[in-house]
Design a protein around this ligand. Sequence first.
Ligand code: PMP
Ligand code: GLN
Length: 389
Amino acid sequence: MVARRLPYLTSRLQGFGTTIFAEMSALAIETESVNLGQGFPDTDGPPEVLEAAVAAIRAGHNQYPPGPGIPQLREAIAAHQARFYALHLDPDREVLVTAGATEAIAACILALCEVGDEVLVFEPLYDSYSACIALAGATPRSVTLRPPDHTVDLAALAAAITPKTRLLLLNSPHNPTGKVFTRAELEGIAELCLEHDLIAVTDEVYEHLVFDGEHIPLSTFPGMRERTLTISSGGKTFSCTGWKIGWVCGPPALVAAVRTAKQFLTYVNGGPFQHAIALGLSMSDEFYRTTADALRAKRDRLCAGLAAAGFEVFVPQGTYFATVDVRSVGATDGMAFCRALPHRCGVVAIPSVVFYERPEEGRHLVRFAFCKRDEVLDDAVARLGSLKS
Ligand code: PMP
Ligand code: GLN
């Protein structure tokens, strides 16, 4: 994030500047670089899902959908949670459709935090979390996940809890590290939530992009269903990040609070796309398996290439991001490295420092996205190879 002071901008958002994704994608276009920065796939998702969106437009589903989302989608979300996690939800009272996971996160934080409340987060953290916490007038308290394993320090987490702590925000599989939180870590986190009466908000947008280990929703742990808001979206699973169909599931009283905030943010969005994502969620187990398998092969392809180019690579267990330590190629500062990289060799990546509350923890780390065609990954690796010479 660029820390320049902007006139007119509210003090709550000073320092947030332009998102790194916008800055780096613009740089990729300007320099005609291979863009492994912003995480979006460069191929379309399942044709039947795309066709369902076209059919929904042709069938005239072009006006405001109902505020909580169309019933077919809420039912499909409930059926998905039952199929994969044995979580049984009432689609009318426990499921809310949102404008992507981004709006779900914003609505949860704005609905639940008083000014002055504290929100527990793990750093590095996805950039919109800090901005939404700031918009709510709340304060983040972060616990650092450190490579190579990004193990949760439960003692540090417990120590970060104060009487003002209201929420715990958890993202697993985790952007940018690719960590999949383990059962033991989640158990420890759940115990702290129960002991300190915290509400958990979990961002599970990469739930189906897991290569090693298993994705376990925090809401499946004893006592957590009653205090967890579970967020996901169709963007990653169905390779349609531009559609912005997300959702939040949880107990009726929490969902009612979030719905109240959500209705004044976008009210509703993406009517025809809601129909298409409903169809996508009902796709076979085989679809979900092959999606993860294809991406696992891309992970291995990019990580091997990065290692061959001389980088120390932290191989992710999930998501579509891999992290490197730029000190392994003689650099020290990831931001300077990423700003120079398009000019040096025509590749764009994201400096992980933007995801840290404590910049010193992530200054030397850089994130590459691998949700790209094999030839694009190979091209990027070949270009990065020239760094050695
Ligand atoms: N959370 C995380 C961890 C993400 O990486 C992203 C974006 N890719 C989002 C939320 C936003 O999801 P959406 O596009 O559905 O708003
Ligand atoms: N979530 C994507 C990423 O981490 C990009 C989202 C965005 O552009 N805001 O790359």
